[in-house]
Design a protein around this ligand. Structure first.
Ligand code: FYN
Length: 580
């Protein structure tokens, strides 16, 4: 009979004979096997060692100062690459910090996987007060596209595969992967471990549209006397740039790019109707949406913005449930955008009739008028600067460096930069997206630099920057070619509001006067510049883009410049105050 001691010896001798692996390495191997070679995260219990081991095994592990920024980085990495961006966080509070970004990824249809360490199931389920105890899977579920928990090392391969497929197939989105602390240390035979890994084949299969739906769409498009094509960020995500360009040019139809679709075709393209937005929305009779949703950004497809003339909508989307979400879609085309657009181009044949000349003329005239009206305002050299003077400079810089990535957030800084700065290449403008979220700035900048290797220009309102400002240390630590320009007008919307009560506190929209954000960058070894005129701004941005050194430019904007973010209508509380 074996004693307990001899049993242990036998086990140990047996283990010594076979090669072992553990949860840590199986997760790393599963990610690498599927080409996920970058992790954005914040170290801590229980994932610190995992981060170290992942780095040792050749994964690029980028540590942030706050999980939300790491999450935004992962989300935009997903948008830029069509592979899930991976964010790694600790349990409960770290997980919750990352969750905003996961929900943001889901809302914006970006593929992302949030991997969080979690505490022991047995203790969590009995609510016995474990370290950072939380039922994270339950919390994540309503905020993402799919959520999985892996309890056993032999299931890691399947767990990671399911997460990848869920993130990128169909309409992409955020996926939560819960990894309890105990899993990391689970040991298993290395051979069996290797065999348990799954390389995901064809993670986002093409979804070919039904031929009938393509024909129906073309018939409706043909019937339009004033047709319009709207490109959304889904079209940019699809990386079907050549097909989309062919469709637009062959059709001769004016196109309106939504914010992150700018540059799919250059904003200076003769068919671009970006500068005639109101006219084309109001007066068009047939509208084809490509990877764009009829949400608040398009006034839900109805009301004053869309005028009185009856409209017919054609919609191309990978998600069938998107159809008729706000108004009737007379020609739904369901499939992936690349396949749908190719099918449409094919169906157009060789003798497609371009739209009536008077419609083209109307759009062009409105566009040229708006551009001409704007032009002189962009040339001023005022000090302190106004938005137009400062943005005029940045517009020229992007024209000269069209492959730079533009990150943009703020209120006025966002609304005005979107219109003023023309984009020339696809996926070069990344911004606040569907939620109009503030705080994406530094996370997006870091991921854009890492994923594309291109220089990044982040144009930030002073308020928006505050949400992720500490990440300038991350930018310096990794020596990233990021130039941050802060439009500093001392407050939210502007810096001149007063406390209506006469009390000692400043108004809720007002920040410290004449703050020097540039000093923050200097604190970490980057370049800081205080720019008070458009000429100074131009010199500083060009120097940053030439050198590739982390740079922060405090662009001093007149505190009285800027207006309430009227573009989001009655959501603005001050407009209510004024009405009283
Ligand atoms: C809902 C919107 C898509 C629509 O805004 P609009 O003001 O209706 O349209 P915009 O495209 O911004 O264009 C405004 C006007 O400028 C014109 N326009 C556009 N581009 C140009 C250029 N290059 N030159 C001249 N004029 C231009 C355009 O035709 C419109 O004029 P007309 O055609 O003459 O009308 C946008 O506001 C948006 O994306 N908002 C999101 C804001 C957000 O997320 N905020 C975060 C919250 S801020 C935190 O507080």
């Amino acid at each position: 009979m074996l004693t307990a001691a001899s049993k242990l010896e036998a086990t140990t001798a047996n283990d010594a004979e076979q090669e072992l692996t553990d949860g840590f390495h199986l997760i790393i191997d599963a990610l690498k096997l599927n080409g996920l070679n970058t992790i954005y995260g914040v170290p801590g219990i229980p994932i610190t060692d995992f981060g170290r081991m992942a780095q040792a095994e050749g994964i690029r592990v980028l540590s942030f100062r706050h999980e939300q920024n790491a999450g935004y980085a992962a989300s935009i990495a997903g948008f830029l690459t069509k592979k899930p961006g991976v964010c790694l966080t600790v349990s409960a509070p770290g997980f919750l910090n990352g969750l905003t970004a996961l929900a943001h990824a889901t809302t914006n249809c970006f593929p992302m996987i949030l991997i969080s360490g979690s505490s022991e199931r047995e203790i969590v389920d009995l609510q016995q007060g474990d370290y950072e105890e939380m039922d994270q899977l339950a919390v994540a579920k309503p905020l993402c596209k799919a959520a999985f928990r892996v309890l056993h090392a032999q299931d890691i391969g399947i767990g990671v595969a399911r997460a990848i497929r869920a993130a990128v197939s169909g309409r992409p989105g955020g996926v939560y992967l819960d990894l309890p602390a105990k899993l990391f240390g689970q040991v298993m035979n290395a051979d069996a471990g290797k065999k348990s890994l799954v390389k995901v084949i064809d993670a986002a299969p093409a979804q070919i549209p039904a031929p009938d739906s393509v024909k129906r769409a073309l018939d409706v498009l043909k019937s339009g006397k004033k047709p319009l094509i709207i490109l959304g960020k889904g079209a940019a995500y699809a990386q079907a740039d050549d097909e989309i360009r062919t469709l637009i040019e062959k059709s001769g139809i004016p196109f309106l790019p939504m914010s992150m679709a700018k540059g799919l075709l250059p904003d200076t393209h003769p068919q671009c109707a970006g500068a005639a937005r109101s006219t084309v929305l109001k007066d068009s009779d047939v509208v084809m949406l490509i990877g764009a949703r009829l949400n608040w950004l398009l006034s839900h497809g109805k009301g004053k913005t869309w005028g009185d003339a009856p409209k017919k909508f054609i919609q191309i989307d990978i998600e069938p449930k998107e159809m008729d979400s706000n108004v009737e879609i007379v020609a739904p085309v369901v499939g992936d955008i690349g396949s749908c657009v190719s099918a449409l181009v094919q169906g157009m044949g060789s003798n497609w009739q371009t739209p009536p000349a008077d419609w083209i003329k109307t759009v062009q005239t409105k566009r040229d008028d708006n551009v001409a009206k704007m032009a002189p305002r962009l040339m001023n050299n005022n000090s302190p600067m106004d938005y137009h003077g400062a943005l005029g400079v940045l517009r020229t810089i992007i024209k000269e460096r069209p492959d730079a990535i533009l990150v943009n957030e703020g209120a006025n800084t966002l609304d005005l930069a979107r219109g003023i700065i023309d984009m020339y290449q696809p996926r070069k403008r990344i911004d606040v997206g569907t939620w109009g979220i503030m705080g994406i700035g530094m996370g997006y900048s870091i991921a854009a630099a890492i994923e594309t290797g291109k220089p990044v220009l982040a144009v930030e309102g002073d308020s928006a920057f505050g949400f992720s400002g500490m990440e300038v240390e991350t930018i310096c630590r990794y020596k990233l070619p990021v130039c941050v320009v802060i439009f500093n007008n001392d407050g939210i919307y502007r810096g001149t509001d007063v406390n209506p009560s006469g009390g000692p506190d400043v108004a809720p929209t007002v920040f410290v006067k004449s703050a020097r954000y540039d000093k923050m960058m200097e604190a970490f070894g980057g370049v800081g510049v205080n720019a008070t005129t458009p000429d100074e701004l131009k010199r500083a941005v060009n120097a940053a883009m030439d050198s590739g050194k982390p740079t922060l430019i405090n662009a001093v904007i007149d505190p009285a410049a800027g207006s309430e973010s009227g573009r989001i209508g009655n959501l603005n509380p001050q407009s209510v105050l004024k009405k009283k």
